[in-house]
Design a binder for this molecule. Structure first.
Ligand code: NAP
Ligand code: ZN
Ligand code: ZN
Length: 346
């Protein structure tokens, strides 16, 4: 065990503060990562505030981890000291169930081990990326392509894969009209990736405040959802809508924007349920689907895709002492477009 510096929430809703945690000694298949950057995902905030239910404290959030391998266990074959690597939302799973076998470790039927706010298969609590080091089994570590700097690559480990997976699964590409709802951390990655996949991309944001940015990120069109005319004008026009919104949303209105047989895929994880008039699904044979992050191999595929297309996140690099302020700004939709912690400041 090694004692390292970290930022943790000592209790639900409490501000994060500097502390120390124990990082396990590397096991046979472990990689010890010297964490350089950690993105702040809205999921960190939901969990610190227990918005999704009871959580484990103290909590060291962070599942958008980018760093450099500083030590490897004797059985490690995939990585060596000095490699640039990332860790996303999960650090272990049973590796035997049908979902694990199919590369869908995030849906492990025995429960994947979350990077933080989880309990490892050894019974110990897991701690995330707001720290200087983490030890992770090599099978849950991915390689960051040479062309991407680690700071802009960190958010790909959650925001990138969470948007890449449904865009691929639901066929975003040339000839397809894709809308992304919410231009935050996930949304801005969704726009970049959908554009790189060749789709015609529309941003549906609460206002036109970020329109210039949205168009620069690769959107072809940009509409404000606060304007009722948007819903009239765009009725029946999209093949695919990906909602990244962190708050409850009137999905009925968004379903009306799909063409016959189109799909609304939700990746947002609001804390409260929504009401939905199911006639908005029946009329036009619409599809309402969900998507949760992605498996390990798919995360590597996404990173390689981003490397080839020069896609990183748009980030605001912050010191660890600014985490609490950043949480307030994310909650207020005031983020352009991902806060990333420079872990050298922890
Ligand atoms: P974020 O950076 O805060 O972005 C969310 C965006 O949603 C905001 O920027 C805002 O965009 C829009 N929004 C916020 N409140 C709204 C409201 N009341 N009505 C309409 N739009 C609103 O958050 P994020 O990190 O991208 O995460 C988004 C959600 O996805 C969170 O709930 C997070 O927990 C969840 N998530 C899910 C997965 C998964 O596997 N499915 C993975 C990661 C995160 P505009 O200002 O453009 O309107
Ligand atoms: Zn996340
Ligand atoms: Zn499994």
């Amino acid at each position: 065990m090694t004692t390292v510096a970290a930022y943790a929430a000592p209790a639900a809703k409490a501000p994060l503060e500097r502390t120390t945690i124990e990082v396990r000694a590397v096991r046979e298949f472990d990689v010890l990562i010297d964490i350089k950057y950690a993105g702040i995902c809205h999921s960190d905030i939901h969990q610190v505030r227990e918005g999704w239910g009871e959580a484990i404290f103290p909590m060291v959030p962070g599942h958008e981890i980018a760093g450099v391998v500083s030590e490897v266990g004797p059985g490690v074959t995939k990585y060596k000291v000095g490699d640039r690597v990332g860790v996303g939302c999960l650090v272990d799973s049973c590796r035997e169930c049908d979902n694990c076998e199919a590369g869908q470790e995030q849906h492990c039927v025995r429960g994947a081990v979350q990077t933080y706010n989880g309990i490892g298969r050894d019974g110990e609590p897991t701690y995330g990326g707001y720290a200087t080091h983490v030890a992770v089994d090599e099978n849950f570590v991915v390689r960051i392509p040479d062309g991407l700097s680690l700071d802009v690559a960190a958010p790909l480990l959650c925001a990138g894969i969470t948007t890449y997976a449904p865009l691929k699964q639901w066929g975003a590409g040339p000839g397809k009209k894709v809308a992304v709802v919410g231009l935050g951390g996930l949304g801005h990655m969704g726009v970049k990736i959908a554009h790189a996949l060749g789709a015609e991309v529309t941003v549906l944001s609460q206002s036109l405040r970020k329109k210039d940015d949205g168009l620069k990120l690769g959107a072809d069109h940009y509409y404000a959802t606060s304007d009722p005319k948007t819903f009239e004008e765009l009725a029946g026009s999209f093949d695919l809508i990906v909602s990244t919104v962190s708050a409850p949303l009137d999905f009925g209105g968004y379903l009306s924007l799909l063409r016959t047989g189109g799909a609304l895929v939700n990746v947002g994880a609001p804390e409260e349920p929504i009401a939905l008039n199911l006639f908005s699904l029946i009329g036009g044979n619409k599809i309402l689907a969900g998507s949760m992050i992605g498996g390990i191999a798919e995360t590597q595929e996404m990173l390689d895709f981003c490397g080839e297309h020069g896609i990183g996140s748009e980030i605001e690099l912050i010191a660890a002492s600014e985490i609490n302020e950043a949480y307030e700004r994310v909650t207020a939709s005031d983020v352009r477009y991902r806060f990333v912690i420079d872990t050298a400041t922890i």
